[in-house]
Ligand binder design. Sequence first.
Ligand SMILES: Cc1ncc(COP(=O)(O)O)c(C=O)c1O
Length: 449
Amino acid sequence: MKVPNIKTELPGPNAQRIIADDALLMSPSYTRSYPLVVKRGNGANIEDVDGNLFLDFSAGIAVTSTGHCHPEVISAVQRQAAQLIHMSGTDFYYPQMTEVAKRLSAIAPMPGPHKFYYGNSGAEAVECAIKLARYHTKRQNIIAFYGAFHGRTMGALSLTASKPQQKRRFAPMMPGVTHVPYPNVYRHCSTDQAEQEAYALSCARFIEEKLFRTTLPPEEVAAIVLEPIQGEGGYIVAPTIFLQEIRRICTRHGILMVVDEVQSGAGRTGKWFAVQHAGVEPDIVTMAKGIASGMPLGVCMSRAEIMDWIPGSHASTFGGNPVCLAAAMATIKILEREAIANAATVGEYMLQRMASWPHKHEMVGDVRGRGLMIGVEIVSDQERKTPAAAERDQLIQLAFERGLLLLGAGESTIRLTPPLIITAKQADVAMDILEDCIASLAMQHAMAA
Ligand SMILES: Cc1ncc(COP(=O)(O)O)c(C=O)c1O
């Protein structure tokens, strides 16, 4: 089977009908980058409702970690659905809750014992982390970072600082949140490593040396919440020294270090958690997206002594649904057996090949990432690093027309987040298409000039 294989104009006739209905019926707040109407998925392949085949380097926003419809995930879901679909872990017990918790405890990025809370989404996992940090520390304030994306419910949204439209007309936000700079080394430094580390350190030290000495008493801060690699904000990788310094600041002031691994977790970066690349042990971790291969599950985990709240403090009717947990069990097995190692190997291969792109293509300012969490930043001027949002969007559209599914992130970055089971050959196909799109857009620009 040749993938991609585009047989109709896009969108095709069936897709056009559904998109017309969607325009009448669905919330206009959704952010569709191109008119893809999906019928089925298999591995890294997507078939649309007109029979066109696409190579999926979006994984449904970094979710289908084991590929679309992995046979082991399908059979786990089918078996569980035939036995018990729902009972609510809030009021009753069922064995899947502790079975998954035991597996997660074995892979957690900090020493145990651990405790776990299940929700239905990334935002719910973050809400849990916010409430838990406040409850446990009896402190109110939270520090988060510019560029962060933690979700769209009001607590998580209050920490989010990625794009103004995410917050416009939704104020007032939850009080007690202070945003500080995140170390975007591409935007602020040359390629000199010492310069990058000094800058990253200065971002962390701003908290202690400025914030704590002027406006925010450290003993009133419950948590510092961060993504080890900012996702929606542009695939920005925090230098190791920054994460280590945040850990030091948290430990020194009795503040909880909350690591949001909703996008970077579940093996995407070639380790279970992105924070593990820095050798840093957080206090609270949030997960969602890839942990159940597309079934909705959010996880908030902490060192056991932190999760000390009383019955009724926090819960959810659907959170930790047995079918979702069965999918998570199957997913964890596949990730451990092969997919995380594959993400490390194929990711490294892609990053190596793409490292030459800024030298070959004026439009590419930076290529960065870990494992299969890769960002390509598009600029109109390499020297000035001017973000080129329109060109980024055009490239994503061009790639779609050639059968490659990509998503944007940040102001002008393209994210590559395929399922973790892709082969090097599929990676080559995707990189060939994207590189071709970059070359043809550059050609269009040159002809227009
Ligand atoms: C790091 C991070 N946290 C939280 C969220 C929110 O997750 P959800 O959309 O499942 O609520 C996202 C979603 O993109 C995310 O990337």
